[in-house]
Write a protein that binds this ligand. Structure first.
Ligand SMILES: Nc1nc2c(c(=O)[nH]1)N[C@H]1C(S)=C(S)[C@@H](COP(=O)(O)O)O[C@H]1N2
Ligand SMILES: [Mo]
Length: 378
């Protein structure tokens, strides 16, 4: 049954007959692109949840977060940013295929149709805002008044909820076009090939910010993981954090059942260890270094800490969201978790946290506290 045409006065622009001439505004192309986009969004969502939980675990999960695999967070956060960036050209292409339906007449045929369109508006709004805020976050640019992390987290649920409802509502149509049509529609392969090439290109020129063997192609990634003092990037410099001059009489204070303080010379006289661990920033870059210092658990044992104790780490930094960090025992007891005094054999640069910083395996960069002044056994 042909759909009614809009009233004569409205039959212009996208509402005139034959306004959309490409053959490719059709369901099979939408289904193929929808599958790719859906896969990217779901991967991005799952890895985003992992990041959220590692950074701010709910109470019941806190003591069960794994400190392995060592490169775990680096990989999941790398995939998060890669899949998020890939979703941008995929969403663009998908929207191009289906946008003529925006001008369907009448705008709502039935209540069900109206609800479906409302759902798509919600899904699209959430997804666009989510990808936009995420992309700007990789540039460390926060030009909005709302808190990034909570907004990004809740928008993700709206987007994925909307996506699942959309898939359910379109189920029969998706099923009908799931398999390749014969004969193939001219032009479809070329379109899909170009979209795949675009996704491949944006991935190749940005993934080098976290994938070492793609580093030389990292043309558009906001960070080069090998640029920065001592060959490692810096997110927040000592000057920005107001800790440029660590006090000359700096002491590490350790509070617990048997509190004590240590000078730098005393710290250096303790057994030292070297660990190879990455800094994996939530903003999408990561880089490995060899960190030298004292095992955190040795310092905690000396203070008489119980094995399951939670540890609070305080920075010299005044204020700032990362000045105080708590560490569950699964990280604190890990033999790879160190209070680092050296990076790649050199004394820490002030921007990397001189006099001392925390480095732990499988933890987001934001929790690798720099300029440490105090440890507390809670
Ligand atoms: N005290 C303090 N520690 C901090 C930060 C900070 O702002 N203040 N930034 C964190 C973030 S977001 C990251 S990614 C790492 C980066 O470490 P780097 O600058 O040595 O590469 O430090 C973390 N430690
Ligand atoms: Mo970070």
């Amino acid at each position: 049954m042909p759909l009614p045409a809009p009233p004569a006065a409205l039959r212009r622009g996208p509402l005139r007959e034959g306004a959309f001439r490409s053959r490719l505004h059709e369901p099979r192309t939408a289904v193929v692109l929808g599958r790719w986009l859906g896969a990217a969004v779901l991967l991005c969502f799952a890895t985003g949840l992992i990041s959220h939980v590692l950074q701010q675990p709910p109470g019941w999960l806190r003591d069960h977060l794994p400190s392995r695999p060592v490169q775990g967070y680096r990989i999941t956060q790398g995939l998060h940013v890669i899949s998020g960036i890939a979703a941008i050209p995929l969403l663009g292409a998908k929207l191009w295929v289906v946008y003529p339906r925006l001008f369907a007449w009448p705008p709502a045929r039935t209540v069900r149709h109206a609800l479906e369109r409302l759902g798509i508006a919600l899904l699209l709004g959430a997804l666009l805002l989510e990808l936009f805020t995420g992309l700007l976050n990789t540039l460390q640019w926060y030009p909005w008044p709302f808190p990034f992390r909570q907004t990004h987290f809740w928008l993700a649920w709206i987007a994925v909820g909307g996506l699942l409802l959309h898939i359910a509502a379109k189920g029969p149509e998706i099923a009908e076009h799931w398999r390749r049509s014969k004969p193939p529609l001219p032009g479809r392969r070329a379109l899909l090939g170009s979209v795949a090439a675009a996704v491949g290109a944006v991935t190749l020129v940005t993934a080098g910010q976290t994938v070492p063997w793609l580093r030389s192609l990292d043309l558009l990634g906001p960070r080069r993981p090998d640029l920065g003092p001592q060959g490692i990037p810096v997110n927040r410099t000592a000057a920005q954090a107001g800790t440029v001059h660590a006090p000359t009489d700096w002491r590490l204070r350790v509070d617990g059942p048997r509190p004590y303080t240590l000078t730098m010379a005393e710290l250096l006289a303790l057994p030292q260890t070297d660990v190879d661990l990455p800094i994996a920033c939530v903003e999408g870059w990561s880089a490995s270094a060899r960190w030298g210092g004292v095992r955190l658990r040795d310092l905690l044992d000396r203070a008489g800490a119980a094995p399951g104790a939670l540890v609070r780490v305080t920075s010299l930094e005044q204020g700032g969201p990362y000045a105080v960090m708590t560490m569950p025992h699964t990280y604190a007891r890990d033999p790879l978790t160190v209070l680092a005094l050296r990076i790649n054999g050199q004394v820490l640069h002030p921007d990397h946290g001189y006099p001392a910083r925390i480095v732990a395996p499988n933890r987001p960069g934001v929790l690798q506290t720099k300029w440490v002044s105090r440890l507390e056994v809670l």
